[in-house]
Design a protein around this ligand. Structure first.
Ligand code: F0G
Length: 510
């Protein structure tokens, strides 16, 4: 591509921030777990542990997927054919159903709504959940209206006293009207990340992404995952009651009926952007119980943790977490297509949703056919990809654990599952050397560590952006032992820099 402007116009401020950490390289090619940037006439290889934040489970430019994409484009697959039959979308849905049924033991089907990005799939889930709530409220109010009519009839035939009954009808109607207008709430764990669109950013815990936009959409109540009883306490604090009327012994009385305040519980089985934290099983049990009590859906966001990364197709399966909705994106597109999907359990599915929700680019042949091929590759060899992800992940994790033992004063924790691993450093706010304290103060500590690893070792990592002391490792399933050893060597150098030096080599790029 020939550059036509010299002025930076596409998010120049972000580019400036990347530049200070030495991360403003331009990658020109990607293959497997290697990205290449150009330096003069040569291509410099970089070993990529970011993996598109979890989008390249099968590697960059996977030859089978690229070959198939070429075939599809050469065959002029109709990408824009909205409002027609989409058998390819059905193929993706059918494959996902087969996998989910196998993993969860459920025999219930899930209907699929397609999208282009993770946040869009989450927003489709939010909308469907709100539609469910709307229908429930409408049903409750219709019942209450019928009871009000019964009271009116009783007033008309003189069975109950008119002034008192009419006053109660007015009170109940006004109370219910006000309550029905209340904005719904979502329940989500502290540390969640579900996207940055207007709705999904409200389910994202980090206030930097969320607070400015809170007037735009329904809010979440964030619950700590390690405090027993916290889910119940939040629900209790937000309870609302509709008023209903009953006639008993010639008198009209007001009774309370629970109002559906909450739309859904939304959670990642393993939090990604929030710092690679697996949700504790006790919290899973609480969420599952409370959702059942409130009759609200559990939305499982497998956008980052799913697609086989943790050793099973869904990370939630092993936690005993069962979704009424599932969201998938990232690796679903095989590192090539922008494919996302939201699945809804058949018994909760509202078919009118299809008349209310659409997206120009979603459900197209190209991304669906690629997604179907990705799922075939995942499922090939009786789940070989899943087994490999687990064993590669164990190897990677063991190497990082060894590093933690070697540098206990530098590495605070290593956690995660399969190919979704986080390594957390101890904070450096009190470090002996000024450079480390400055890097701490910048709020971008992990980005400077990433810059060092890139510059000095040709390794690409990134911190989880809401927990910048944690580097995350999400390579493809093809990551080799030599690659893992190379990472270990680079991290050892990094740990030595933090522990033994004044931090000069880690400093911002001039
Ligand atoms: N849900 C999860 C669990 C995610 O990790 C992400 C994105 C999204 C939703 C939103 O997807 O970007 O396609 O709209 N996570 C990246 C991260 C950005 O840093 O972990 P999107």
């Amino acid at each position: 591509m020939t550059a036509v402007v010299t002025e930076e116009l596409a998010e120049p401020y972000l580019l400036g921030v990347l530049a200070t950490a030495g991360l403003d390289v331009e990658y020109v090619r990607g293959e497997g777990d290697t990205l290449y940037y150009r330096r003069g006439d040569e291509e410099v290889p970089v070993l990529d542990f970011v993996g598109g934040y979890g989008s390249t489970m099968l590697g960059h430019s996977n030859p089978e997927i690229i070959g198939y994409a070429r075939e599809l484009l050469a065959g002029a697959t109709p990408i824009h054919a909205q409002f027609s039959r989409h058998p390819y979308a059905n193929e993706v849905a059918a494959r996902l159903n087969r996998i989910i049924k196998r993993e969860t033991g459920s025999d219930e089907s899930y209907f699929a709504i397609f999208a282009n990005s993770g946040a869009e799939a989450i927003e489709a889930a939010m909308k469907h959940a709100e539609f469910e709530r709307f229908v429930r409220i409408a049903g409750l109010r219709a019942e209450i209206d019928a009871h009000i009519e019964a009271v009116r009839a009783a007033v008309a035939d003189g069975t109950v006293a008119a002034p008192e009954a009419n006053a109660l009808i007015a009170d109940v109607t006004a109370h219910n009207e006000a309550l029905a207008g209340r904005t719904p709430l979502f329940l989500a764990p502290v540390g969640s990340f579900h996207g940055k669109l207007a709705g999904s950013t409200q389910l994202t815990y980090n206030p930097i992404y969320r607070a400015v936009f809170s007037a735009l959409a329904a809010q979440a109540r964030f619950v700590p995952v390690d405090e027993p009883g916290a889910v119940d306490a939040v629900v209790e604090a937000e309870r609302g009651w509709l008023h209903d009327l009953v006639i008993e012994g010639g008198r009209v009385t007001v009774v309370q009926r629970p109002f559906p305040v909450f739309c859904a519980v939304v959670l990642e089985p393993i939090q990604g952007e929030g710092g690679i934290h697996e949700i504790p099983e006790a919290f899973v049990r609480d969420v599952q119980r409370v959702a059942a009590e409130l009759e609200i859906p559990v939305v499982v966001d497998e956008i980052q943790s799913g697609m086989g990364r943790t050793g099973s197709f869904l990370a939630s399966t092993r936690l005993g977490l069962r979704g009424d909705y599932y969201a998938l994106a990232k690796s679903l597109g095989g590192g090539v297509a922008k494919a996302a999907v939201m699945l809804v359990r058949a018994s909760r599915y509202l078919r009118d949703f299809e008349m209310m929700h659409s997206s120009t680019f979603a459900k197209d042949s190209f991304s669906c056919l690629i997604a179907a091929r990705v799922l075939d590759l995942m499922e090939a060899g009786d789940g070989e990809v899943y087994r490999t992800a687990e064993s590669r992940g164990t190897e990677l994790s063991n190497v990082l654990q060894d590093l933690m033992k070697e540098f206990p004063e530098v590495v605070k924790d290593v956690r995660g599952r399969g190919l979704m691993i986080g390594l957390e450093f101890h904070e450096q706010g009190e470090a002996g050397f000024a450079i480390l304290r400055e890097l701490h103060g910048s709020g971008f500590f992990g980005y400077y560590m990433s810059g060092f690893l890139l510059r000095e070792h040709g390794i690409r990592t990134f911190p989880t952006s809401s927990a910048v002391y944690t580097l995350r490792f999400e390579p493809s399933v093809n990551i080799g032992s030599a690659d893992i050893a190379k990472l270990a060597g680079a991290l050892r150098d990094l740990c030595e820099q933090i522990r033994d030096t004044d931090g000069q080599r880690l400093a911002p790029v001039a």
